[in-house]
Design a protein around this ligand. Structure first.
Ligand code: NAD
Length: 413
């Protein structure tokens, strides 16, 4: 099994090769600038537990580090480095004034009581407070974390700093000056990008068949907005299995069932398939992997029937599997473009927090669309004009171009 870090390094190397950058740049950009590795002791109802945790700051040539915090029991330091490296590319591509970072705690949050979760979150932010700040490194949620956890963290950080440091953490609750679009921003961005690629490749998104793997924050909101844009969501899966209806699923109903039973497969109006990966193989126009990394591999790529893959999860496609899919003329919209709605909403929240001046939901949505459309057009035009192998090649090449120029001007190479 290829690790996420190996995959990401291959992607960077591919971009460096495409742009003909010197070895010095490779040496510089493949190494994280700083890693903080901590062990956090928490007294739980089952006795003392020590949680391993990290904050990886990969690169800050373009501005303060920015990236989420993941609570996941299988996370490794290697994964955290890979995710921070993805953030550097994503922020650069979208022209945001940010570098890349990522944090993680090796924990299954569902195994903790609410009090233990709060204690762990406060201790984690305390431990990394020595390297974060509103102009230094700005965390946000990721897998397994949410706006309540951000609220505890900003409260703890405010006590340490001695003032309300709202701009240091994004994706907070609205009451703490969060962004009104943040809850659905990543999914909205995924749907918006699917619409843009649909207009280029499929003659529009109206009535096009979509299959989604994952029904968490990203999968759920992608489904919701795609349905609003006129697409037909024919399949969705979560860890309990897949549901399928060739005439389209009723997303509001699916959401109700999931809320009530916590199991997607309790949905009545369609077929149920036990395999959570079945959603990847459904006959559809657009496939959206929105669950976890490394789900499209050399072992299963030939079962995929979609013409377009929009990567809502981070790193869902293995590098070698992508090569095979490209040979079958599949278009893959890379994660650094497709799921950037979350970090863009975070950026909008941050600038409003810094200025203590706030926009309404519509204005935030319009600003997000403006940034995403601009990135999409840049990537698609480069892909077409230079006859590149893939949209990913165009995206990483553009990202690295900005990083390389700044590394040169700042005197690193
Ligand atoms: P989440 O925890 O809310 O949801 C994950 C979903 O995936 C759940 O429905 C779970 O049941 C499902 N799942 C897990 N394993 C599965 C499997 N093998 N098959 C089918 N379904 C499976 O997480 P999320 O916040 O929606 O994030 C999903 C992905 O998107 C992650 O890769 C994350 O890094 C990425 N991402 C999230 C955001 C964000 O704003 N939340 C932003 C950018 C990227």
């Amino acid at each position: 099994m290829v690790s996420m870090l190996e995959n990401v390094i291959k992607t960077y190397r591919r971009g460096i090769e495409l742009n003909n950058y010197p070895k010095d740049f490779e040496e510089l950009i493949l190494k994280p600038q700083r890693i903080l590795h901590v062990n956090i002791p928490i007294k739980t109802s089952k006795g003392l537990k020590v949680f391993e945790a990290y904050r990886v700051q990969h690169n800050n040539f373009l501005g303060p580090y920015k990236g989420g915090i993941r609570y996941y029991e299988n996370v490794t330091l290697e994964d955290d480095i890979a995710l921070a490296m993805i953030m550097t590319l994503k922020n650069s591509l979208n022209n945001l004034p940010y570098g890349g970072a990522k944090g993680a705690i090796k924990v299954n949050p569902k195994e903790l009581s609410i009090e233990e979760l709060e204690k762990l979150s406060r201790e984690y932010i305390r431990a990394i407070s020595i390297i974060i700040g509103k102009e230094i490194d700005i965390p946000a949620p990721d897998l397994g974390t949410n706006s309540q956890i951000m609220a505890w963290m900003i409260d703890e950080l405010s006590k340490i700093e001695g003032f309300n440091s709202f701009a240091t953490i994004t994706s907070k609750p609205l009451e703490l000056f969060g962004n009104p679009i943040r809850e659905y921003a990543t999914g909205y961005g995924v749907a918006f990008i699917s619409k843009l690629i649909g207009e280029k490749i499929l003659d529009g998104i109206e009535n096009k068949r979509v299959s989604i793997q994952g029904f968490g924050n990203v999968g759920k909101w992608s489904a919701y907005w795609l349905e609003k844009f006129g697409a037909k969501v024919v399949a969705i899966s979560d860890s309990s299995g897949t549901i399928y209806n060739e005439n389209g699923l009723d997303i509001e109903e699916v959401e109700k069932i999931k809320m009530k039973t916590n199991k997607l497969t309790e949905y009545k109006d369609g077929k149920k398939i036990e395999d959570p990966n079945y959603s990847l193989y459904v006959d559809c126009d657009i496939l959206i992997p929105a669950a976890i990394e490394n789900v499209i591999t050399l072992n299963n790529f030939n079962k995929i029937k979609a013409k377009i893959i929009v990567e809502a999860a981070n790193n869902p496609t293995q590098y070698e599997a992508e090569k095979e899919l490209l040979n079958k003329d599949v278009y893959i919209v890379p994660d650094i473009l497709a799921n950037s709605g979350g970090v863009i909403a975070s950026y909008l929240e941050w600038i409003q927090n810094l200025n203590w001046y706030f926009w309404d939901e519509e204005k935030n949505k319009k600003e997000l669309e403006k940034i995403m459309k601009n990135s999409f057009e840049k990537v698609f035009n480069k892909f077409e004009k230079e006859n590149l192998r893939s949209l990913r090649d165009a995206a990483i090449s553009l990202s690295l171009e900005r990083l390389y120029k700044v590394a040169k001007i700042r005197g690193y190479i």
